[in-house]
Ligand binder design. Structure first.
Ligand code: ADP
Ligand code: MG
Length: 612
């Protein structure tokens, strides 16, 4: 290098006295992204030289492209080096000095009061300047691939003055040297830097070296053609994404579209448990293999937030606010594209491999039902493959089920009645009553089934969906077949009064009905409408006292039962009272609702009765 190096000084053209405090202030919350920006610039430089070489426009041999990051704790620097296309002094002036700052004035004007810090980077081409969030002083040492050009060194402290001198770099590429400021000393720690690189650079397309190791996988699965991939590839990539996951995914969807927007990715359907909140935020959003965020809300429909995987799209605006994202036309299109892809895939598996689909329904069902509840478009498609499972674990589509119950489960007005249980254990008595009539009972015992019932009702025309314990079975499906009741009006009133007195509740809703003789002597029910009201208000955190306390069970006395006749014939009140208590408790017990002191009293009474 000659002694009298060409030296040029100049001023960055900007009206604001000092841009850097503003950059620092606005970008404050996300300091670590300087590494993302600088490493992706280095990757861009490598991609560009690759292209230029392929076009035969570079005489320089391409070599092995690589980006290296290193920390020097003593010198307090971080260096990002690449062997990409490099820059001439003229190019530095053009790309680094002017472009960035031309946007900056505008940015200062526009965002002065908004405090929306994430908007800046990329949007205004301030990527490189994020270096100043953590540095007092930044140097660029670079040599262009172009023959007969000199290496150059640019440097700039935290003000608007820059300096360009000739440098003695002999190899193609760029070194960015950050002199880390006092208050960003955390980034002089190797572990901290590695953490940031792992987060943002895991799948960048050019090898990233740190501490003599390559950190990234430059050809992640989603960047390859689906036709070239095997099942193992997908499973291995899942492990790469979620090293701590215990389960294999059920299946996956490879997304690949370039019109009207650009999007690639892989979405995995995980095996899910009922604790599904834990599974959220497992989709990672990338832009040209640069990690952006794992908050994909708005890009991915709400009901698919439980999916895992990767979405990569250069068309998603990345550094803008949430409200902007919601309104963005591309985001809307992407959202409905994903919904369609998912329903197509589900329809395909259902059609081609129904046994497999049925076997996985426990997990798939959660997505499908959630989707049907929240997304009308999806619901229209899903109605063809949404499965219903009955208490015998047989599975039906909605249409199949409608036909299945068509003949047997119509009431007197011609309406079909679907019966379901949300707890086959505690509602077993009611289920067996239904089974005695050869009625079928669906199992809707999942977390979201409470809401799904309403979707089901909408999809099934002229059909009511009722929980099996909502009434006595012959009133649930009222076929208007009158079973004769052998009790007189007086006898019925005597019974009702006796029950109210013994149970100590004047307001108890007691009826006497002609149930079959082999049914329970007393049946407790909660009307479908009442229960839904209660569930709804509970879900909204309302106080049940607003409706005069928690709704109680209605008591149905089986007027045809032997024990009831016995009660009527017996004159000894003490014996009668014990019997009434006993059969009422049995009804509670059949629902697993007897506990505490009431349970103890029941057991004591039972022992006494056995002794007689
Ligand atoms: P953007 O990446 O959005 O263009 P930046 O501020 O990150 O904005 O970078 C500005 C420009 O500086 C780049 O477009 C590129 O021309 C140039 N540049 C930055 N870093 C490098 C590098 N490592 N090698 C070559 N050119 C670079
Ligand atoms: Mg950039």
């Amino acid at each position: 290098m000659s002694q009298e190096t060409e030296k040029e000084k100049g001023n960055i053209s900007i009206n604001t006295e000092n841009i850097f405090p503003i950059i620092k202030k606005f970008l404050y919350s996300d300091h670590e992204i300087f590494l993302r920006e600088l490493v992706s610039n280095a990757v861009d430089a490598c991609q560009k030289i690759k292209r230029i070489t392929a076009l035969g426009e570079s005489a320089d041999p391409l070599g092995e492209l690589k980006v290296s990051v290193s920390v020097d704790e003593t010198a307090k620097t971080i260096t990002i080096s690449d062997n990409g296309l490099g820059m001439t002094a003229e190019e530095i002036k053009k790309y680094i000095n002017q472009i960035a700052f031309s946007g900056a004035t505008e940015f200062v004007e526009k965002y002065k009061d908004k405090g929306d810090e994430k908007q800046i980077i990329g949007h205004f081409g301030l990527g490189f300047y994020s270096a100043f969030m953590v540095s007092d002083f930044v140097e660029i040492i670079t040599k262009s691939f172009q023959a007969d050009t000199k290496a150059a060194k640019w440097s700039c402290t935290g003000n608007t003055e820059f300096e360009i001198v000739e440098a003695d770099k002999t190899t193609r590429g760029t070194d960015i040297i950050l002199h880390i400021s006092e208050d960003s000393a955390e980034f002089l720690n190797n572990a901290r830097v590695k953490g940031v690189l792992d987060k943002y650079c895991k799948f960048l397309p050019i090898p990233i070296e740190f501490e003599e190791k390559i950190l990234n996988n430059p050809t992640p699965l989603w960047s390859k053609a689906p036709a070239d991939l095997t099942k193992e590839d997908y499973l291995n990539f899942y492990k790469e994404l979620y090293p701590y996951s215990m389960d294999e995914p059920l299946f996956w969807i490879h997304l690949n579209v370039d019109f009207p927007f650009n999007l690639t990715g892989v979405l995995y359907f995980p095996k899910i448990s009922n604790k599904f909140e834990q599974n959220r935020n497992k989709i990672q959003l990338y832009s040209r293999q640069v990690f952006i965020t794992d908050e994909v809300k708005d890009v991915v429909p709400e009901f698919l937030m439980l999916l895992h995987g990767v979405i990569d799209s250069p068309d998603i605006p990345l550094n803008v606010s949430r409200s902007y994202l919601q309104a963005d036309a591309n985001v809307k299109k992407i959202n409905s594209y994903i919904t369609k892809k998912v329903s197509d895939k589900l329809a395909e598996i259902f059609k081609d491999d129904r046994p497999n689909f049925e076997a996985k329904w426990d997990s798939i069902g959660v997505f499908v039902k959630y989707g049907m509840i929240t997304d009308e478009k999806f619901s229209e498609r899903a109605v063809n493959f949404c499965l219903l499972t009955n208490v015998e674990n047989k599975q039906f589509t909605i249409e199949e089920y409608k036909n299945f119950i068509e003949t047997n489960q119509k009431d007197k007005s011609g309406k079909s009645i679907v019966l379901f249980t949300n707890n086959p254990e505690t509602q077993d008595t009611y289920i067996s009553s239904a089974r005695k009539r050869s009625y079928d009972v669906l199992k809707l015992d999942g977390v979201i089934d409470q809401h799904f019932v309403q979707v089901l009702e909408r999809k099934l025309e002229n059909t009511d969906v009722k929980r099996v314990d909502a009434d006595s079975i012959d009133r649930l499906i009222d076929k208007d077949i009158k079973v004769e009741i052998s009790l007189s009006e007086d006898e019925q009133n005597t019974l009702k009064d006796a029950f109210k007195r013994v149970l100590g509740n004047d307001k108890l809703n007691v009826t006497v009905e002609a149930l079959p003789t082999d049914e329970m002597p007393v049946v407790l029910v909660m009307p479908e409408f009442m229960r839904r009201m209660q569930e709804m208000s509970e879900a909204q955190g309302m106080d049940m006292n607003m409706f005069g306390g928690a709704p109680q069970f209605n008591v149905i006395i089986n007027g045809n039962h032997k024990l009831i006749h016995k009660i009527l014939k017996t004159t000894a009140t003490a014996v009668n009272d014990a019997l009434i208590h006993q059969i009422y408790d049995l009804a509670l017990l059949s629902q697993n609702k007897l506990s505490g002191a009431n349970l103890t009293a029941f057991i004591t009474r039972s022992v006494l009765m056995c002794e007689v």
